[in-house]
Design a protein around this ligand. Sequence first.
Ligand code: FES
Length: 167
Amino acid sequence: MSEERQRVSRRQFLNYTLTGVGGFMAAGMIVPMLRMAVDPVLKATDSGGFTNVKLAVDDITTTPKRVDWTIDQVDAWYESEVSKSAWVFKDDKGKIVALSPICKHLGCVVTWEGDDKFKNEFYCPCHGGRYYKDGTNVPHTPPNAPLDYYEQKVKDGMLYLGNTIER
Ligand code: FES
């Protein structure tokens, strides 16, 4: 009788030990996964995602000017510095326009009057893509969509740019 009780006790001990070790190992795998999923949501974000691109509104003319800046990007555990660019100018009504320089064909970078043959246009050197000054793609050239534009705001006379928006 006592021998049988002892055998059951050993079995219970083994069950408890294996359950404990298994639970510990499962927690070791699940907790980091949960933290990775929830952590970015709990982190504080910057001021609405807008960045001061160090361009005074008074210095913006009707001629597109390229501005470059960097943002800190946090992607779960990976933090990196990302370069951004925009072509900024004032339209005929004095409204500030900030266009993405990323060509909508295959992602090359467009330049203002990048080809002498096409004045007053953005030009993509990769496959001869062309855009009018307002970012609209010139028909019968490779791009089939207008350039994206940046969200923008003005604070203390300086231009702040946010995310790009597709048209
Ligand atoms: S990537 Fe610009 S025209 Fe092809």
